[in-house]
Design a protein around this ligand. Structure first.
Ligand SMILES: [Zn+2]
Length: 370
């Protein structure tokens, strides 16, 4: 892989390439944008270009050569001058204190895996590149610890912060970095890519709309689908239940959904062993909260007379039923409730309770209205 193969992020990539050809690379970047639009891949390929021994250079175009010693060692995943820093490294800090699955980014990881390592000179290449993942989870102490190294990094050092929520970073951190923004990827290109993976047309279009331009997420869901996770069938049952189910069945349905979520988590964990099991569980729970949000949003669209871009186009009859159950204002309140539920997930609230609340939410208004 190389920079030219990054999918649909031409603007971000050309900013980096131009900086490289002009020798004006920043020592610190923030790659900002939604999850799954190519920030991680671009960071890797940018790092590869920075450490490549014979980069390909044309006017405003640069890429790694792919064949020098540094490129080959990098591709083998063992380049000593490329360092990924992520919160789960807490397990390998001097005082791990039994922590394995932190929710926030621990300051010890920033100190031991970034600030201390930045002081070591490169071993193979001319530069050392650090990619810090999930920078939006850095707390204030961790961000303050980073400031000095962002302000006066050694000349051989490049730091890239990957961030999905730009507003979570302190102004002092932002001002010391060059920001490269990554946009969402258009629906048509996403569908093409998913069909290319072996997903059938309607399912591909559903996942493309559900993921709203986050191609990486759409590809991941489709890969899970091809591994028999049955996410699509489960979403159909969930949307159908909240549209036409009975209040008395909510607890049974929540138990069923919990079992499906566990099955999906287990398939996902086997495919992505570098991510903690609890993070994957959270992703799956969030996935179904978002399934409910998408159905409620569709209901609002139908109420407002717009059915051209609904996500659950494949369950239009169900969404029409859902739209009849409350007015747009009540639907908006229910969407807000779902977003509140998303916050609980990060606070490690019991999954069964979350599913019960999630599935109960569309019914509550009915019982009050009766
Ligand atoms: Zn090279």
């Amino acid at each position: 892989m190389s920079l030219k193969e990054i999918f649909c992020q031409d603007k971000a990539v050309s900013i980096l390439q131009r900086a490289f050809t002009q020798g004006r690379m920043s020592h610190a970047y923030i790659f900002s944008g939604p999850e799954g639009v190519g920030r991680c891949k671009t960071a890797r390929e940018w790092a590869k270009l920075l450490i490549c021994e014979h980069p390909i250079l044309q006017k405003d175009y640069a890429d790694s050569c792919g064949s020098c010693n540094c490129c080959r060692v990098f591709e083998a995943g063992s380049h000593p001058d490329y360092v990924e820093v992520y919160k789960e490294l807490v397990e390998f800090t001097k005082e791990p204190k039994g922590r394995k699955r932190p929710v926030a980014f621990p300051v010890d990881v920033v100190r031991e895996f970034l600030i201390e390592k930045v002081q070591h000179r490169p071993i193979l290449a001319k530069r050392r590149v650090f990619v810090l993942k999930e920078a939006e989870k850095l707390n204030i102490a961790s961000q303050n610890a980073l400031l000095k190294v962002l302000e006066e990094p050694p000349s051989y050092c490049s730091i890239i912060l990957l961030c999905t929520r730009f507003e979570k970073l302190l102004a002092t951190v932002k001002s010391r970095c060059q920001v490269v923004r990554f946009g969402r990827i258009d629906e048509e290109r996403t569908v093409e890519k998913l069909i290319g993976q072996g997903i059938e047309g309607d399912v591909a279009l559903y996942f493309a709309r559900f993921c709203q331009g986050r191609l990486g997420q759409a590809c991941q869901l489709c890969a899970l689908e091809l591994a028999d996770a049955e996410i699509y069938n489960t979403k159909k049952k969930v949307v159908s239940f909240i549209s036409t189910g009975e209040l008395s069945q909510v607890l049974d349905m929540a138990n069923w959904l919990l079992a499906e979520a566990k099955k999906i988590s287990s398939i996902w964990s086997k495919r992505q062993e570098d991510v903690s099991v609890s993070d994957i569980n959270r992703k799956v729970v969030k996935l179904f909260v978002n399934v409910v949000i998408s159905a409620l949003r569709d209901a609002v669209c139908l109420q407002l007379g717009d059915n051209s871009t609904i996500t659950n186009f494949d369950q239009k009859a169900d969404v029409e039923q859902l739209a009849k159950r409350f007015d747009p204002e009540a639907a908006a309140q229910k969407i807000t409730n779902c977003y509140n539920t998303l916050h609980w997930i990060d606070s490690a609230v019991n999954e069964k309770l979350i599913f019960e609340q999630l599935l109960l939410n569309p019914f509550v208004c009915d019982t009050i209205d009766v």
